[in-house]
Design a protein around this ligand. Structure first.
Ligand code: GRG
Length: 288
């Protein structure tokens, strides 16, 4: 199985559940549900659900038994994209090959869409049918990844980052902004199953994949095709952003991504780690 095939499988499991998670688009108060659906069900890779399902497989439980965490991480991811695109943040017009939510609807709607997705994510995870202590610890872990020490803190670092802050600060920024949710996605099945040893391995795997994901994101911004990526290429350079490519150049950045991927592969050995290893390799090869 390739990583791309596992991502497709993940979408086949999680998309019907995401589709059913909110009322039909014309349900009042308009245009809330139309906009939530636009943000959540768009043509994303479902990378974070693929990590949840891959970790479930590594742990020997049916991936479909981990629908709640898969939905939760995709909802938080979708919220973060909607808010990141807002005029006050990155001010983007295009996401996943379509107008961003505030462009397709309105800015006030986009803020509420993000708020609704963020809130619903915790409701879904809390409703996971499993040992209550595991569910509570998983909810706490998701809060950590999404909050001040994760996504939000990483976004703050990003908004105020300057090249003079240096390479360590850049890594800290990306470990929080991109890596925290990716690592959390890989860890959640182990938290839910209260398997602390597996949490440690999946955290090593997830942090390495998260960093590789961000490095390849920076590389794609330079060498990628905007039509395939569904967003403008070359934005980082135009905005004068400090990235792995601007600091190290494409070749060294690629070697760094390879090193992180090898670290990830080593963390999930054995036959049942095949999906997680395929997803880690996908990160290196991805073109979108
Ligand atoms: C606004 C609180 C807040 C946080 C925003 C994650 C984030 C923080 C912003 C996203 C902007 C961005 C381009 C980050 C770099 C890496 C990344 C998360 C890319 C998008 O993820 P993909 O490639 O997207 O998984 P798809 O569309 O495939 O779901």
């Amino acid at each position: 199985m390739t990583g791309a095939e596992w991502l497709e499988q993940a979408a086949a499991w999680v998309d019907p559940a995401l589709e059913a998670a909110f009322p039909p688009p014309d349900t009042p108060p308009a245009p809330l549900y139309a906009a939530i659906r636009y943000a959540l069900l768009g043509p994303g890779k479902r990378f974070r659900p693929a990590l949840v399902f891959g970790a479930a497989r590594w742990l020997g439980v049916p991936p479909e038994s981990m629908l709640a965490p898969a939905m939760a991480v995709e909802m938080i991811h979708a919220y973060s994209l909607v808010h990141d695109d807002l005029p006050a943040m990155d001010n983007d017009d295009l996401r996943r090959g379509r107008p961003t939510v505030h462009r397709a609807f309105a800015e006030d709607v986009a803020i509420l869409v993000g708020d609704a997705l963020l809130t619903e994510a915790f409701g879904r995870l809390a409703a996971h049918p499993g040992p209550p202590r595991g569910v509570v610890r998983a909810v706490a872990r998701l809060a950590e990844a999404a909050g001040h020490a994760g996504l939000v803190g990483g976004q703050m670092r990003d908004l105020r980052f300057s090249a003079a802050d240096g390479a360590d600060a850049l890594e800290a920024l990306h470990r929080a902004k991109t890596g925290a949710l990716i690592s959390c996605a890989a860890e959640l099945p182990a938290w839910l199953l209260e398997d602390d040893r597996a949490v440690r391995s999946l955290s090593i795997y997830g942090q390495a994949v998260g960093l590789a994901f961000q490095i390849t994101d920076d590389i794609l911004d330079v060498v990628g095709d905007g039509r395939v990526m569904g967003k403008a290429a070359g934005r980082d350079a135009r905005q004068g952003k400090t990235t792995y490519v601007s600091l190290y150049g494409v070749e060294t950045a690629r070697r760094m991504a390879v090193r992180e991927t090898e670290r990830a592969l080593d963390a999930v050995p054995g036959a049942s780690g095949d999906a997680l290893r395929a997803v880690a390799r996908f990160v290196l090869e991805r073109d979108r």
